[in-house]
Design a protein around this ligand. Sequence first.
Ligand code: HEM
Length: 121
Amino acid sequence: AEAGKSLYERLGGRPAIVAVVDDFVANVAADKRINGFFAKTDAKSFKAKLVDQLCAGTGGPCVYTGKDMKTAHQGRGIHEEHFAALVEDLDRTLAKFKVPAREQKELLAILAPMKPDIVEK
Ligand code: HEM
């Protein structure tokens, strides 16, 4: 029954995505390796953008109206190790919420192609 469902549905819909984003952003805020990037970030609007982006990207009924990934991240000095730290923070959240391996993989496969637009060469 789960097979034909979108990733959005299998994750648990918008409430699950909101809970994941909340926990993930808390992890990032506590992560000394990368929290300096977010010193001036308005957490509420940032989380709302992440929720819309994840909801839309996983097949949910949302529209992401934030910046494209290149515009949002260029000039910030984000490097490979920062990207890896953020993915680690996300992995901790996905493990905490017991997101199954298949859905974890699918989510990371959606995020991975964004990396070249985020990380500076
Ligand atoms: C696949 C990985 C990532 C995704 C999906 C992502 C997503 C986003 C989104 C949706 C925004 C909001 C854009 C807007 O304001 O319209 C944003 C902003 C931002 N991202 Fe990322 N991001 C990723 C990786 C990273 C990494 C690795 C860092 C640094 C460690 C980072 C640092 C930032 C910062 C500093 C902002 C601006 C926040 C603010 O408004 O103050 N991002 N990102």
